[in-house]
Ligand binder design. Structure first.
Ligand SMILES: [Zn+2]
Length: 150
């Protein structure tokens, strides 16, 4: 089971190594685990927050799949690039590129830089633009239901 404390710890460490502390610190991000089958993670960026304890950025990682530690790191870094796009890329480029086309040249260039660094560091994972869901094992969402063969 993935836990949020670990994800926050990874975020801080990646923030320093790959983004030179240029993106918001973990206390400014709402981290969530969500049961999603169609994606491994997402990030959301708001211009306005309504609730007192709500942050401007949200990063969610799926709890529907049995993700390996390397998968979690890869998904988190992918979503962190979106935070970076929102926060650091000028000319509202992220806005222009949103609606499912945020994986533009800027995203891919940053991803390639991070992947090169991961290789240098001899890490066993890389970031990708999309994930093939069939490569991951689904965690049964009906585990609390009584299953009768009638
Ligand atoms: Zn993305």
């Amino acid at each position: 089971m993935t836990d949020l404390t670990y994800i926050k710890f990874l975020y801080e460490s990646f923030r320093n190594i790959f983004f030179g502390d240029s993106i918001p610190e973990s206390s400014m991000i709402d981290f969530k685990l969500s049961y999603m089958k169609d994606c491994l993670g997402y990030s959301m960026h708001k211009d306005v927050v309504n609730q007192d304890n709500e942050n401007y950025h949200e990063i969610a990682i799926t709890s529907a799949y049995a993700l390996k530690e390397s998968d979690i790191k890869s998904v988190l870094l992918h979503e962190m690039i979106h935070v970076w796009q929102y926060y650091c890329v000028s000319d509202n480029r992220y806005e222009k590129c949103s609606n499912f086309i945020a994986h533009d040249r800027v995203f891919k260039t940053k991803m390639a830089c991070i992947n090169a660094k991961l290789e240098e560091m001899c890490e066993d994972f890389r970031i990708s633009v999309t994930a093939e869901m069939k490569n991951y094992f689904i965690i049964d969402d009906n585990k609390d239901d009584d299953k009768n063969d009638i």
